[in-house]
Design a protein around this ligand. Sequence first.
Ligand code: ATP
Ligand SMILES: O=C(O)C[C@@H](O)[C@H](O)C(=O)CO
Length: 338
Amino acid sequence: MTNHNVTFDAAKPLDFTAIGRLCIDLNANEINRPMEETVTFTKYVGGSPANICIGMSRLGLKTAFIGKVANDQMGRFITGYLDKEGIDATGVSIDRTGAVTGLAFTEIKSPTDCSILMYRDNVADLKLEAGEVPESVIADSKMLLISGTALAKSPSREAVFQALEYAKRHGAVIAFDLDYRPYTWTSEEETAVYYNLAAEKCDIIIGTREEFDMMERLENNPQRDDRITASKWFDHSARVVIIKHGKEGSIAYTKDGASHRARSFPAKVVKTFGAGDSYAAGFLYGLMQGWDISASMEFGSAAACIVISSHSCSDAMPQAPQVHEYIERCLAGEISSN
Ligand SMILES: Nc1ncnc2c1ncn2[C@@H]1O[C@H](COP(=O)(O)OP(=O)(O)OP(=O)(O)O)[C@@H](O)[C@H]1O
Ligand SMILES: O=C(O)C[C@@H](O)[C@H](O)C(=O)CO
């Protein structure tokens, strides 16, 4: 068993607050074909940090979101959804500059060949200002999640660093989901600078091998090594570093030098995206239940399977009994991969 040394202040009324983008997913209904042949889409709330927050709320935690939405029907759809999910949205500002809601058109060519077409020009989420970040919400939170894309442009960038300052001041555990989306950035060099500055302040860092490569400027370098990658962050604030490897599973390193590899579970995959967000929600939920790294990773891995076996991300985020049942069914050999 690996000891992660991540402890949460039980006296705080909020379990989990996320800061970052609130967007709209438009998932193709005509799947297993290119988007050029798609005619209709289903609209869901999206945005990686929003998906994770919805996931944590669906798992039964008290959650809040800090962000900015457009002053239009899409913005109102999003805030209405957060309200329905019981997510405290007092930290969600309304843009007054005419900015729009980020759209993620998802293409499902096959269960293993999916892509996302992002419309993110003049999006409201990147206009969140540092002065709009409510210190009280973060002060009341056991954990703050930041998401890398919010670092892509000012003033959102400064809002994230303000939130990090509040989290440090009030003793909130800080989780960083790297969430690297190249289309929102101007250069990999600039991306790495801001990702590294933020990561130095975080207790838990979750990313794919490729996202860590981007931070370390190590693209396709044969020298890259998960343990070396993780160990760098233990010289700063990190206590847990998780490196995700898709269907191959994930590996976690803790500051005490231990590591744990988690395999993925079988899944009837509809689309691959959403795996990372549901995995993060399941894993962080496990830590907040006081479980060890191994059990938390297993729970996150199963939560991911439930979401990638569904058409949506946010709507498909599972409740805890669903995840436990999924694990039991996999262990009983009742679920196979497609
Ligand atoms: N095809 C799959 N079958 C089963 N489990 C999977 C599959 N793909 C991903 N997972 C699970 O989800 C976890 C996270 O997936 P992945 O490494 O793809 O993260 P990601 O790239 O951030 O996901 P996303 O596609 O949402 O951006 C994996 O560690 C694994 O446990
Ligand atoms: O994070 C985004 O902007 C896209 C998400 O809304 C989408 O659901 C996805 O890619 C989840 O990983």
